[in-house]
Design a protein. Structure first.
Length: 113
């Protein structure tokens, strides 16, 4: 969001995580940035967003999507006994290919050189 905040005043938390056992999982991330708007006052949240991420395994690859959602949508997801990924597909359908960054793979002890 191009907010020049102090990194110590930036918060990101994962609120919901669910999987359906068939290669799909989803989570919601809440991000907020704070600033001290007045001297000697505590920081105030000046920017925030909530984002739904869904991942789907198809064959040998992963696809994902992301969509900003409203807090009311988060509450309804939290109140659902089981995370309903089929319902979430109507909001965010995974179509972007996940491309791993293997530039540091040499440091991975499991990577075959």
């Amino acid at each position: 969001m191009n907010d020049p905040c102090d990194p110590h005043l930036f918060d990101e938390s994962i609120n919901i995580l669910g999987a359906d056992g068939t290669g799909r999982f989803a989570f919601v991330v809440v991000q907020s940035a704070s600033h001290r708007t007045k001297e000697k006052e505590p920081p105030e949240t000046v920017a925030s967003q909530t984002v739904l991420y869904m991942y789907n395994r198809t064959g040998n690859s992963w696809h994902y999507c992301q969509k900003e959602i409203f807090d009311s949508e988060v509450e309804s997801l939290k109140n659902t006994a089981k995370l309903n990924l089929d319902t979430m597909l109507s909001q965010c359908s995974p179509y972007l290919l996940v491309t791993p960054d293997i530039s540091t793979a040499i440091f991975n002890p499991f990577f075959k050189h």
